[in-house]
Ligand binder design. Structure first.
Ligand code: NDP
Length: 418
């Protein structure tokens, strides 16, 4: 089974190493990214640690033609996109042209939100959808008919959140509930890297997400909030008490479509005071802007310049200590009785570092990326069309989480979030 992996950042490096562990499935892996030296370094590190044959290439995944050429050269069964959400559509288009399966971990977002054509389409979508986030699934769902016709599968968003959280929803629906009424997705990172400010995954994508308006889905419609307007405290197993804030998050959109009868879906993420103070300050001075500014005769995008100054998330592994606790709290009915449930995973930053040299955020994303690719490539999760993670049988995915380093637990008496 040949797999083409595009991107070689923090998440990709974990996905590559986990694919190398599953070398009974992935016999040939090509790692391709903008900076090939990073791909070569990982390939070198994995030499003699896997039976899989590794090769590398340079690709600019903003170009459909370049990705098509690479696919035609390597002839993979599937492409795992662990570059950035900006490349989702070009890579999907290339997969379509070459008739190979497509897998990613984050939904499409435009890099250039000043482009007038994009803005016009965005404003129309805001009116239709009722939330203002720059990312939404419609761009990728629009490929469904074409993927069906081509007989290939696109699996969207197989990271932890999105990804595992939706598999938890499908699992709760299949094994524990007749009707799920509410879902609260909680993403707690109790890790400390010792920096005053750093992001755990790509800073540009992370800061765009956290500084945007929040929103949640209730009784069939979206309710928008100001950025970080809704705050709750929660005592997380393995971590302790943390402040968490309501964010808009992409899996709410697909869960609202696919979990029938659900009345409310919210997403909360924990942040420390230092993170919030730095982010607010950077926003107030314009450093989170995605619009180019002229600086001494050349155009720079402030948030891209900021990314160059911040620590690379792929280098945080050695210094990050503590645990993550990510999961979903459900309420609903089984056999006429009201019940609640928390399905979650606890992951230890230092354990991840010992295993693959990465912190737990890259690990909790890279492992599910590999699992999604494996299930699609082996045909266990494979239907023609474009799908989100809750649309398949959750059981093989849940088994794979236990096997590949993200064991989960079920709490049948969780504290609910008000
Ligand atoms: P990084 O910035 O560390 O890595 C991104 C990689 O993509 C880099 O290797 C970069 O190359 C490469 N890349 C960027 N642009 C291009 C391009 N045009 N052509 C080819 N390669 C390109 O990001 P992360 O690893 O932190 O994040 C990767 C993805 O994972 C993101 O989409 C992020 O949103 C997603 N994610 C999903 C989560 C989930 O739970 N679902 C959680 C966390 C992240 P170069 O080295 O040259 O910069």
């Amino acid at each position: 089974m040949k797999l083409l992996i595009i991107g070689c950042g923090g998440v990709a490096q974990v996905a590559i190493k986990k694919c190398c562990q599953a070398d009974d499935v992935f016999t040939e892996i090509m790692i391709a990214s903008r900076t090939e030296s990073k791909c070569k370094a990982v390939a070198e590190e994995m030499k003699n640690k896997t039976k899989a044959h590794l090769s590398t290439a340079t690709v600019n995944a903003d170009s459909v033609e370049e990705v098509v050429s690479l696919i035609n050269l390597f002839m993979p069964a599937a492409v795992l996109n662990v570059a950035l959400p900006y490349q989702d559509l070009t890579i999907m288009e290339a997969c379509l042209q070459c008739k190979v399966h497509y897998i990613d971990t984050a939904n499409y977002e435009s890099e250039n939100t000043d482009d007038p054509a994009w803005r016009k389409a965005y404003e129309k979508r805001v009116k239709e959808k009722g939330f203002t986030a720059y990312f939404d699934y419609s761009y990728q769902w629009d490929y469904d008919k074409k993927f069906k016709k081509a007989g290939i599968c696109a699996l969207l968003g197989t990271g932890f959140d999105p990804g595992v959280t939706q598999v938890f929803c499908a699992y709760a629906q299949k094994h524990y509930f007749d009707t799920i009424e509410t879902i609260d997705i909680l993403d707690c990172n109790g890790g400390d890297h010792g920096y005053a400010f750093a992001t755990n995954f790509n800073p540009e994508i992370n800061l765009r997400e956290v500084s945007a308006n929040g929103s949640y889905w209730e009784n069939g419609k979206w309710i928008e909030t100001k950025p970080l307007e809704i705050k709750r405290e929660y005592d997380f197993k393995g971590v302790g008490e943390k402040d968490m804030y309501l964010l808009h998050h992409e899996e709410i959109e697909s869960l609202a479509k696919n979990i029938k009868g659900v009345k409310r879906i919210r997403f909360f993420m924990t942040f420390g005071q230092s993170y919030i103070q730095h982010m607010n300050c950077l926003q107030n001075v314009g450093m989170l802007s995605t619009s180019p500014v002229n600086f001494e005769g050349r155009e720079i995008v402030p948030i891209q310049f900021l990314k160059a100054l911040l620590p690379d998330p792929a280098t945080l592994g050695a210094r990050t200590k503590g645990k993550t606790n990510i999961g979903c709290i459900f309420t609903g009915y089984k056999d006429g009785k009201k019940k609640s449930l928390y399905i979650y995973n606890i992951c230890d930053h230092q354990e991840c570092y010992k295993e693959v040299g990465s912190q737990a955020i890259s690990y909790t994303t890279g492992v599910p990326a590999m699992i999604g690719a494996m299930l699609v490539a082996t045909g266990v999760w494979n239907k023609a069309g474009v799908y989100n993670c809750e649309e398949f049988d959750p059981d093989p995915y849940m088994d794979a989480l236990n096997k590949y380093g993200l064991p989960w637990a079920v709490d049948e008496n969780p504290v609910l979030v008000d």
